[in-house]
Design a protein around this ligand. Structure first.
Ligand SMILES: [Zn+2]
Ligand SMILES: [Zn+2]
Length: 251
């Protein structure tokens, strides 16, 4: 797949759309140059965009869970964590939940730009890990053909361009059941069964892979996919998720 071409096409498509249809802020409805690009006007962006505190020493260095003043991380202690480390772009609040729904359900693709914001501060850290490629978490059975638009599309393309590494769509979802409808225990068992490596995909020479997910709630999917990638030949897996919910989560 020619990334440069897709990126050009995407930019061209977006500017064409903006020419005919001015974009309004998804929160307050104001027409504004920032809303054309990020889906939120400058004021709403300023008020709502909250980058995730990945570097805060009060958060676990592996899973980035808030440590609540404790030395040990409850998340990492309570399970086998298969990813090397995880980074999050934004803290998931009500706004992020709504924008993600607009994107997924109403196909408002320009909202994807919002979910790539916050990539800057972690880019150097990811580059230092010398990853071989970027693996998107499929949201649907055979995503690339049936529903080619990922909520994380903008993030995927930006990351691939900045790091000059390929997107590797090597995973497929084998079950269509939705994670969000299940309780914690079910999510865990479902995640284990839900994904597999595509038939012709091979991972050789133990590379570091970047796994991109759109939401990290209990992290069951990301963790199980990391396990799957390791079992199939990856050397290490770094998770990047666009948002992480931090309140009201049962660890
Ligand atoms: Zn606004
Ligand atoms: Zn942890």
């Amino acid at each position: 797949m020619n990334l440069k071409f897709i990126h050009k096409l995407e930019r061209y498509g977006r500017s064409l759309l903006q020419f005919f249809l001015p974009q309004y802020c998804e929160i307050c409805g104001k027409e504004d140059s920032s809303a054309e690009i990020t889906s939120l006007c400058k004021d709403c962006l300023k008020e709502n965009l909250e980058k995730y505190p990945n570097d805060d020493p009060e958060y676990c260095k592996i899973c980035r869970t808030f440590l609540s003043g404790e030395k040990d991380c409850k998340y990492c202690e309570s399970r086998n964590v298969f990813f090397e480390t995880a980074y999050f772009l934004l803290r998931r609040k009500e706004i992020e939940k709504n924008l993600m729904n607009q994107l997924k359900l109403n196909n408002k693709k320009h909202c994807s730009v919002y979910f790539a914001m916050g990539l800057g501060p972690i880019l150097l850290k990811i580059r230092a890990l010398k990853p071989l490629g970027i693996v998107p978490v499929p949201s649907h059975k055979s995503s690339w053909t049936k529903r080619p638009y990922f909520a994380t599309n903008c993030l995927l393309l930006r990351l691939a361009r900045k790091l000059q590494i390929p997107i590797l769509p090597i995973l497929e979802k084998v079950s269509d059941q939705h994670q969000s409808t299940q309780n914690r225990k079910d999510r865990f068992f479902h995640a284990k069964e839900a994904f597999q490596l595509k038939k012709n995909a091979r991972i050789i020479n133990k590379p570091t892979l970047v796994l991109i997910d759109d939401v990290f709630t209990t992290g069951a999917s990301s963790n199980e996919i990391a396990r799957l990638l390791l079992q199939n030949g990856a050397g290490s897996v770094v998770v990047i998720s666009t948002t992480r919910k931090t309140e009201g989560i049962e660890i």
